[in-house]
Unconditional design. Structure first.
Length: 294
């Protein structure tokens, strides 16, 4: 019993440190690196706004990761102490796997972007007419890879067998994959279509960079969650092929960790929008038009 108490105390302390780190504002060097990746030169007020939004996004993503982590590991500890079983039954067991943590991170990234406030909420001067597309921010292979992984999870259902410690895992895994894929498809498009703040060129560029960062975070976490689920499904296949399926599951887990670590960072892979000066979208002023320059 003392061992469980020490383990729980250590876990709570580590989670508290993680949440404290997430609540801290990013340092000046980190903001400078982020701005340089988008070719931005931040003014003092823009620096304050970006710092607050990056901190808020990191806090919500971390919170989305921590909630399923705590619930899942708490359920696993409870089932181990009370029922002498390593994992709770499905679908509760899904929260004990890294796929749930990545899905929570994805949900936090989407929520952070969709609820992001404008720099000057009362300052409305113009209307953006140029449409934004998801392909302006993410490469096409990203969405196709997520769809292909989700279909692979679905295709493995007839071959999956229940393991002795997690009966009925195949179907909950499919439901989780469909849920994550739907969240990715709907969430990313909602982030792209979110109204842009109406202001000057600098405000538009900062908003575009923050939007691109959030999209990279969400897309990378979504692909990681689906790869984790594919690894789970491979682990539930027929035991006669356990060596091959085990190796494939490890590959999926490795790819998922790489996607979560690298593809969520806009500093690692090419940013399709905002890396170079681009023509500004046409702006329609609400004031009476004046004479343009000769």
């Amino acid at each position: 019993m003392l061992g469980w108490a020490l383990a729980i105390t250590t876990a709570v302390a580590l989670l508290a440190l993680l949440l404290r780190w997430a609540a801290r504002p990013p340092d000046t060097a980190a903001i400078g690196t982020w701005a340089a990746s988008y070719n931005l030169r931040l003014q003092s007020d823009e620096h304050t706004y970006v710092s607050g939004q990056l901190r808020r996004g990191r806090w919500l993503r971390t919170l989305g990761l921590v909630i399923p982590l705590v619930v899942g590991q708490g359920a696993m500890a409870w089932w181990g102490l009370v029922y002498a079983r390593p994992l709770p039954p499905a679908p509760r067991s899904m929260l004990t796997f890294p796929s749930a943590w990545a899905a929570g991170y994805l949900l936090g990234a989407v929520a952070a972007e969709l609820t992001r406030r404008r720099p000057h909420p009362r300052q409305v001067r113009a209307a953006i007419l140029a449409p934004r597309r998801l392909s302006d921010y993410l490469p096409a292979w990203m969405l196709w890879a997520e769809r292909a992984v989700a279909l692979a999870v679905l295709a493995l259902v007839p071959l999956a067998s229940d393991t002795p410690w997690i009966p009925g895992r195949a179907v909950p895994t499919v439901i989780a994959a469909i849920t994550v894929a739907t969240l990715v498809e709907i969430g990313l498009r909602a982030m792209v279509r979110r109204p842009q703040p109406l202001g000057g060129t600098g405000e538009l560029a900062v908003d575009d960079a923050l939007r691109s960062t959030a999209l990279h975070r969400a897309a990378g976490a979504g692909l990681a969650a689906l790869l984790f689920l594919l690894g789970n499904q491979l682990g539930a296949l027929d035991r006669h092929w356990w060596v091959l399926t085990g190796l494939l599951a490890l590959v999926c887990y490795g790819l998922a960790i790489g996607c979560w670590k690298d593809l969520t960072s806009p500093l690692w892979w090419p940013i399709r929008r905002g890396t170079a000066p681009t023509p500004q979208p046409p702006i329609q002023s609400r004031r009476a038009p004046g004479r343009g320059p000769a």
